[in-house]
Write a protein that binds this ligand. Sequence first.
Ligand code: AMP
Ligand code: ZN
Length: 487
Amino acid sequence: MQGLYLYNTLSRKKEEFNAINPPFVGLYVCGPTVYSDVHLGNCRTFISFDLIYRYLLHLGYKVRYVRNITDAGHLEGDRDEGDDKFAKKAKLEQLEPMEIVQKYTVGFRTIMQLFNTLPPSIEPTATGHISEQIEMIKEIMANGLAYEKNGNVYFDVEKYNTSYNYGLLTNRKLEELLEGTRELSGQDEKKGRLDFALWIKAKPETLMKWPSPWGWGFPGWHIECSAMSRKYLGDTFDIHGGGMDLQATHHTNEIAQSQACYHTAPVNYWMHTNMLTVNGVRMSKSAGNGFLPLELFTGNHPLLEKGYEPMAVKFFMLQTHYRSTLDFSNEALQASEKGFARLMDAYKTLQNLKASATSDEDIAALKNKCYEAMNDDFNTSVLIAQLFDAVRIINSANDNKLNLTQADIDLLKSIYQDFVFDVLGLKEEEGNQKLQAALNQVMTMVLNLRAKAKQDKNFQLSDDIRNQLIASGFQIKDSKDGSSWTL
Ligand code: AMP
Ligand code: ZN
């Protein structure tokens, strides 16, 4: 089997994945900022990285998956301005900032569970790692690449760029970046237009603050991820991910901080997921076009025609490759709902397929194509097309239009187990599972009654049962081993 190739934002091409210390892999993903509910766009990114985590595990890697919780230091403006989002929300909801953090962290985990994603190996919080962040800032200052002004500490981007390349991740020159940034005013403490805060001085009303060598304050958002990824994954680790919107500033600054601190590139492969959009506009908290997952599950939103099960929503997301944009619409969701039902129905049919002595299909080749799709930068879109080929084969075999051996049937079951359940992390909806179990029992009972009627030569009753089942949408297959059914 070929190796795994993934698109590295750093080199702007697909590269073969080589772990630093196989079979161990360090994977860091920027987690949610927990001052409000996650919207469906955020979920898309976390579901994409869950897929990447699951596939690496499936290939046999021992992955340490770190996904942080940003619970401090997020200001409203991109340029270290505005109120602290946590403090603002705490005031609005009349709660302690840590109550806000707890409320939205719990909500986030519940949603991730409904989407059947795996918990990360470590979920560090920014507030739990203040001393590590202070240590890192001290190191950057000792290396001459940060400066203090009135209790604030800033990263000196232009000085950094004399020895390193600040625009590495976006492939842009410093001059271009400077042109796109507004001039400093006389009141600015920063030396350069691109400088960003590592430590922010507390105002009298600031609630979340910590003592530091520069006085009471709180860390900048970017230093949080550098300190936490370094602590749990080391100075250089394998994969760092997040949404594309984090590439130009957050991740660019993370690289600069780490280089300035310990002079090595922190990450070998940078991976970025594309955005979920609504009518072509990026879904975001600030744009106010963010569906909450619970609104989607219940259908309780003016733009929604009905509610959708979490697995149908997840399937909708996975049908598009993680690097393509995905536009939300009722039609697309309804099509995915039908597609997902077809995939799961075929799985039920597969359980009752009767083997033939000969085979008309190359199932091993089909499974190989599933691996090829995933090895090609986690291409779930192609993978799902292969899975629908499996659905076609299963349904045709069930209609006696082609033959499958027992080995083929077992291989098809392994395709479902490996790709549908393990890698894509799909499952039958729990409500459906219960209904399915009840239906199985009732159908076994009805078919036994029909068999008994036949045995008693009551052919009128046995035909009636059969005809009524067919009229209700069931297919009944009689063979010498008994009767089976599909819906
Ligand atoms: P935040 O809580 O805003 O820091 O975002 C958490 C994650 O969701 C980050 O990796 C973002 O890049 C990602 N994200 C935000 N908006 C979207 C969107 N519309 N589509 C996909 N990912 C998004
Ligand atoms: Zn981050």
